[in-house]
Design a protein around this ligand. Structure first.
Ligand code: KG4
Ligand code: ZN
Length: 337
């Protein structure tokens, strides 16, 4: 079964073709990062308008990459939420229109579920059950995944998401948008021992996170110290270390509490190399297997949407008959196909 996947929940237009027998056949992406960089963050209306312009040429490009005609497509999966409502509407309208024109099912995909399944696009994919750390611009979640649509949230952020904290601290330090990669680059040059920032909520039981205090701790140092490139690098390093440490401690607690032998990483912050190294060390010690998508499938992409749509259609889920989008759509509302 060949599925076209459309991702338009935020500032990336992603299109991909996934086939049940042959795997991923095409994957193209247009990032609006430079469009929003001028404003220091995503401007929703600009994002929607840009998706409108990009999406159909990207569909053509994906078909050309796979050397296929549109008549080969057997279903259209689109991100229906969570995300920016106008941006989601573009993917939903285009998805339903194409599905209607081609007389194939349309299927609404949850963006968080797609992130959770993204590592299954890699060779040697994980099998259920596993614990997932989903760290993106909008979410920080530890989830027990026991099957498709079977998700139990073990912990989540009470305030800022991990990626959001990266973006806000980058803005404060004048590193621009998107913040995660910029902080990671600066941190390479920073001294690891100059500042010790808190590891929020790691001294108590429970698997929730909180990152807004960490952002304030960075602000306090920033207001106290004379500004220099060295300060930016040292603070970027201290901040990255604090976030990574916090995420690693919570993963250890979750693995020890639940006894699962698989950990998977998902979401944009999962592209962070220091986080990957530290989790590799943790899972080696605990004799747990660690899986993560290639960095480009950690951040938003069409491949994970096509794959999730495929899994649900293949498992017998019916088509989505109404044009369905939701700014908020928590994992807890999902059920198996
Ligand atoms: O999953 P994603 O592309 O979009 C959402 O669904 O939110 O995640 C984007 C987030 C941004 O906050 C970005 O700063 C962060 O992921 N990010 C990173 C890195 N690459 C992207 N954070 C830390 N280190 C990175 N290398
Ligand atoms: Zn995402």
């Amino acid at each position: 079964m060949l599925i076209l996947g459309l991702e338009t929940s935020c500032d990336e237009t992603g299109v991909a073709l996934y086939d049940g027998a042959q795997g991923l056949l095409a994957h193209v992406l247009y990032s609006q990062a430079s469009l929003h960089a001028l404003y220091g963050g995503v401007v929703p209306e600009l994002a929607s308008r840009d998706h409108v312009q990009r999406i159909l040429p990207l569909v053509d490009e994906a078909l050309a990459q796979a050397h296929l005609e549109s008549s080969a497509i057997e279903g259209v999966a689109y991100t229906a939420g969570p995300g920016l409502i106008g941006a989601l509407l573009v993917g939903a309208c285009v998805g339903h229109s194409l599905a209607w024109a081609w007389q194939v099912p349309a299927i609404a995909v949850n963006h968080l579920e797609a992130h959770l399944l993204a590592s299954m696009l890699e060779p040697d994919p994980p099998t259920f059950p596993f614990i997932a750390l989903l760290v993106s611009g909008g979410h920080t979640l530890l989830v027990e995944v026991s099957g498709l649509g079977r998700y139990r949230v073990l912990g989540e952020s009470r305030d800022d998401a991990a990626g959001e904290a990266f973006d806000k601290v980058a803005k404060l330090l004048g590193l621009g948008y998107p913040g995660g990669p910029a902080i990671a680059r600066m941190a390479e040059r920073g001294c690891p021992d100059r500042f010790e920032l808190p590891r929020p909520m790691t001294d108590r039981p429970g698997l929730d996170f909180s990152f807004s205090g960490l952002k304030t701790a960075v602000l306090n140092v920033w207001n106290r110290e004379p500004h220099s490139e060295e300060l930016v690098a040292d603070l970027a390093r201290a901040f990255e270390d604090a976030v990574v440490d916090t995420l690693v401690i919570k993963c250890r607690q979750a693995l020890q509490a639940l006894g699962h032998s698989n950990l998977i990483i998902a979401g944009g912050v999962g592209a962070n190399q220091r986080l990957r190294q530290r989790l590799r060390a943790l899972t080696d010690t605990l004799r747990v297997r660690l899986y993560f998508p290639r960095p480009e499938f950690c951040t938003d992409n069409g491949a994970m949407i096509a794959y999730t749509g495929y899994r649900r259609l293949a498992a017998g889920q019916g088509e989505t008959t109404t044009l369905q989008v939701a700014a908020r759509w928590p994992l807890s509302e999902l059920s198996p196909p």
